[in-house]
Ligand binder design. Structure first.
Ligand SMILES: NC(=O)c1ccc[n+]([C@@H]2O[C@H](COP(=O)([O-])OP(=O)(O)OC[C@H]3O[C@@H](n4cnc5c(N)ncnc54)[C@H](O)[C@@H]3O)[C@@H](O)[C@H]2O)c1
Length: 255
C-alpha cells in the first residue's frame, strides 16, 4: 500500500498508460480521479476499479479547456479536501491522426498545431496552474508528467507533438526547481514505444510485431511498465528525486 489514502488525479486514465496507472495506484490504496474526455472509457476504468473494491472517481474533462480543469479541481477538493498526486498523462497522438495532422512542420496547419499544443502542453499547464496553489498550501505534493522520447530527441513525422513533449520536459525542470521549497516533487517519464491505442496503427503500418528491433530489449513496452515507473515516482520510494527526466524506453535512447 504505497499510496494509502493519497488522492491522485490521472489525466487520460481511460486508456493505455493512464488506465494502467489508475489501476495500479488504486491497488496501492490511492483514491484515483480519472480525468478523461472519452466518457465510455473513463466510466469503464472507474467501474473496474470500484468492482475491485478500490476507490475511483471519473470526471469527464477536456484538459485543454480551463473551465473543465477548474471544475475538476473544485469537485476533487469538495470530495476529498486535498490533492496529493497529479499525473499529467493525457495527450493526442497518432490515434487521432484523422482529427489532427501528425506531420512535419511544413505540413501541419496552424489549427492542428494549436490543437495539439493546446492539449499536449497547455493541458498539463492548466492542471498545474490550478493544482499547484493547493499543493503549496498543503506544503506537499507530487507531480509526474508524461512526455516521450520525442521530447528528448528529434523523431520525424509529428512535429507539433514533439514540440509539446519538449515543452513538458522543460516545464518539469522549472517546476521542480521552483517548488522543492514547498515539498513538492516534479518528475517526468519519457516512454519509448508502448503498446497502446495511441500507436496501434503505426505499429501495424510499419509491420512492427512484438519482436521489435528498434530498441535493445527487442520489444515494445507494455502500459503496465509505465505505470510501475509512475508508481515509483509517485511514492516515497523516490523521496529524494525531483526534476528527473526518466526514459522508460527499452534502452532506445542508448542507441
Ligand atoms: N504509446 C506510446 O508509444 C507513447 C510513447 C511515448 C509517449 N507516450 C505518451 O504517453 C501518454 C499516454 O498515452 P497512451 O500511449 O496511453 O495513449 P492512449 O491514446 O491510449 O491514451 C491517451 C488518453 O488521453 C485521453 N485524452 C486525449 N486528449 C484528452 C483531452 N483533451 N482531455 C482529456 N483526455 C484526453 C484519450 O482519450 C486517451 O484515453 C501520452 O502523453 C503519450 O503522448 C506514448
Amino acid at each position: 500500500m504505497k499510496l494509502k489514502d493519497k488522492v491522485a488525479i490521472i489525466t487520460g486514465a481511460g486508456s493505455g498508460q493512464g488506465a494502467a496507472s489508475a489501476r495500479l495506484f488504486a491497488s496501492e490504496g490511492a483514491k484515483v480521479v480519472i480525468v478523461e474526455w472519452n466518457e465510455e472509457n473513463g466510466k469503464k476504468v472507474e467501474e473496474e476499479i470500484s468492482q475491485a473494491g478500490q476507490e475511483a472517481l471519473f470526471i469527464k474533462t477536456d484538459i485543454s479547456k480551463e473551465e473543465d480543469v477548474v471544475a475538476v479541481v473544485q469537485q476533487v477538493m469538495d470530495k476529498y479536501g486535498g490533492i496529493d498526486i497529479l499525473f499529467n498523462n493525457a495527450s493526442v497522438g497518432f490515434s487521432e491522426r484523422n482529427k489532427y495532422k501528425m506531420a512535419a512542420i511544413q505540413d501541419t496547419p496552424l489549427e492542428d498545431w494549436n490543437n495539439i499544443i493546446g492539449i499536449n502542453l497547455n493541458g498539463a499547464y492548466l492542471l498545474c496552474r490550478h493544482i499547484l496553489p493547493i499543493m503549496i498550501k498543503q506544503n506537499s505534493g507530487n507531480i509526474i508528467n508524461n512526455s516521450s522520447m520525442n521530447g528528448l530527441v528529434g523523431v520525424t513525422g509529428a512535429d507539433a507533438y514533439t514540440a509539446a513533449k519538449g515543452g513538458i520536459v522543460s516545464l518539469t525542470r522549472v517546476m521542480a526547481v521552483d517548488n522543492g521549497k514547498h515539498n513538492i516533487r516534479v518528475n517526468c517519464i519519457c516512454p519509448g514505444a508502448i503498446d497502446t491505442p495511441m500507436i496501434a496503427e503505426v505499429l501495424e503500418d510499419r509491420n512492427i510485431s512484438e519482436n521489435f528491433n528498434g530498441n535493445p530489449l527487442g520489444r515494445v513496452g507494455k502500459p503496465e511498465e509505465i505505470a510501475t515507473a509512475a508508481l515509483f515516482l509517485a511514492s516515497d520510494d523516490s523521496s529524494f528525486i525531483t526534476g528527473l527526466i526518466m526514459p522508460v524506453d527499452g534502452g532506445w535512447g542508448a542507441l
